[in-house]
Design a protein around this ligand. Structure first.
Ligand code: GLU
Length: 380
C-alpha cells in the first residue's frame, strides 16, 4: 500500500471500497485473432484481486468472454451469429471461461463460484432476493463470485445483452460501493475520440445529464456487446444504488493497480451511500402489501439497527408474497418501519410469536432466520 498514491479521488474510491465489482470485457480477456484467453493479462488481473482481498475488500468479477471463447471451440466464422449459434457458443465457452478463472484463482488460494444470471433473476423480486442472499453468503465465505449472463438461455427480447448493465445491477443488488468497468477505452469523452480529434476527456461525472448520454453516442467495440452508451446506462443504475463507478482502460497488466496509481479514468460519483439508496427505495417507492404489528421488545431491537425476528411479531395483516414491501407497526398502530419480508403472509401467520429455531419444524423447511433482515428495513 505504501507505494500507492492517495491524491486522486478515483484511486480513493477504489481503495476505500468495502465491496468492489469488476467488469471484464471480452476484448480484454480474449485475443480477437485466435479467440483464446490472454493468460498473462488474466494472471495479472488475479494479482490485483489478491491485492484487494489482502486489504480486506470483497471482490465480485463480472466477466464476459463465453461467446468469444465458444466461437473458437465451434469454429464459427467471425461476424454476427444466429441465436442458436450464440447460445451454443456461450454453452461451450462458459465452461472454459469458468475453468480458467478457477485455475487462476486457485493458484492464489482463492475459491471461485460461478453465477449465471438473466434479467428474470435480477428483476423478479423473489429470485432477486435469492440471488442476493447467495452472493452475500459467498462473499461472507471469502469466495470470489464470477458472474456472466446466462447467454445459453437468454434471447434478444429477454437479456441484458451487455455485461456493463448486468455488472451495475449486480453491484446495486449486493450494495457494492465501487463498480469498475475495465474497457478498451480510458473513460468518457465529449465525443468519440476515435473519430473526433477535438474530443475532450471527462475525469469526473456527478450528474447524469442528457448531455452526458449524448456524449456516449452508440459506440461499440469489436468482441463485446457493450459500448459507451451501455456504460453510461450502467452508471445510471450504479449511481441510483449509491455505488460509485469507474470506467478505465483495462488493456494494461495489473489494471486495478493502474487505477490506484492515478491511472486515467472517469469516475461517476453517487450522492448517497448504497445503504441509504436502498432504504430510500424501500421507504418511498414500494407499495406496501401488508403489515406486521410487533411488540415493544422487537420495536426496541429495530431502533438499535437489528433485524425483525418472528418472535416479536404479534399480528400479520394483509396478503403478501415473499419479497413484498410491508409496513411494520407498533402495538398502538404507529408506523415504525417498512421492509421487504422474507416470508409470505400465510407463513408469517404460522411463525409469528415463535423463535427462529422453530421455523423449520413449523414450516417444514429451513427459511431465513429473520422475518425482515435489517438490510431490508427502512426505519421511519
Ligand atoms: N455475456 C457475453 C459473453 O460472455 C458478453 C456480453 C458483453 O460483451 O458485454 O460473451
Amino acid at each position: 500500500m505504501s507505494s500507492l498514491h492517495f491524491d486522486s479521488e478515483q484511486a480513493n474510491n477504489l481503495l476505500a471500497a468495502r465491496r468492489v465489482v469488476v467488469k471484464i470485457g471480452s476484448a480484454l480477456l480474449v485475443d480477437s485473432d485466435h479467440n483464446e484467453i490472454r493468460q498473462p493479462w488474466m494472471d495479472s488481473l488475479i494479482e490485483d484481486v489478491v491485492a484487494c482481498k489482502k486489504r480486506g475488500q470483497e471482490v465480485v468479477l463480472v466477466s464476459s468472454g463465453s461467446i468469444a471463447l465458444g466461437r473458437r471451440v465451434l469454429k464459427l466464422p467471425s461476424g454476427p451469429l444466429k441465436l442458436e449459434e450464440t447460445q451454443a457458443a456461450a454453452a461451450c465457452g462458459q465452461i472454459r471461461l469458468a475453468h480458467t478463472y478457477q485455475e487462476a484463482l486457485a493458484k492464489n488460494g482463492l475459491i471461485v463460484a460461478q453465477v449465471l444470471l438473466t434479467p428474470n433473476d435480477t428483476e423478479e423480486r423473489q429470485s432477486y432476493l435469492n440471488i442476493r442472499a447467495t452472493l452475500r453468503n459467498l462473499l461472507n465465505l471469502g469466495i470470489i463470485p464470477v458472474i456472466n449472463e446466462n447467454d445459453t438461455v437468454t434471447t434478444p427480447t429477454n437479456q441484458y445483452g451487455d455485461n456493463d448493465r448486468l455488472a451495475a445491477r449486480v453491484a446495486t443488488m449486493i450494495e457494492a460501493d465501487c463498480l469498475v468497468l475495465l474497457s478498451d477505452i480510458d473513460g468518457l469523452y465529449t465525443a468519440d475520440p476515435s473519430i473526433d480529434p477535438s474530443a475532450e476527456f471527462i475525469p469526473e461525472v456527478h450528474n447524469l445529464t442528457s448531455e452526458i448520454f449524448n456524449m456516449a453516442g452508440d459506440s461499440r467495440s469489436g468482441l463485446g456487446r457493450g459500448g459507451m452508451r451501455t456504460k453510461v446506462e450502467a452508471a445510471r443504475i450504479a449511481l441510483n444504488g449509491g455505488c460509485a463507478m469507474i470506467i478505465a482502460r483495462g488493456d494494461v497488466l495489473r489494471p486495478l493497480q493502474a487505477i490506484e496509481k492515478n491511472g486515467r479514468c472517469t469516475l461517476f460519483l453517487p450522492d448517497c451511500s448504497p445503504a441509504a439508496a436502498r432504504k430510500t427505495w424501500i421507504a418511498g417507492s414500494l407499495n406496501p402489501r401488508g403489515s406486521l404489528i410487533i411488540d415493544e421488545g422487537a420495536a426496541h431491537a429495530l431502533q438499535q439497527g437489528k433485524s425483525l425476528l418472528s418472535v416479536g411479531v404479534k399480528t400479520v395483516i394483509g396478503e403478501f408474497h415473499r419479497g413484498d414491501a410491508v409496513t411494520v407497526l407498533s402495538l398502538d398502530g404507529t408506523e415504525l418501519a417498512r421492509g421487504l419480508v422474507a416470508y409470505n403472509s400465510e407463513e408469517a401467520q404460522k411463525i409469528m410469536g415463535c423463535r427462529s429455531n422453530k421455523i423449520e419444524s413449523i414450516l417444514g423447511y429451513c427459511g431465513r432466520e429473520e422475518i425482515i433482515h435489517r438490510d431490508d428495513l427502512a426505519l421511519l
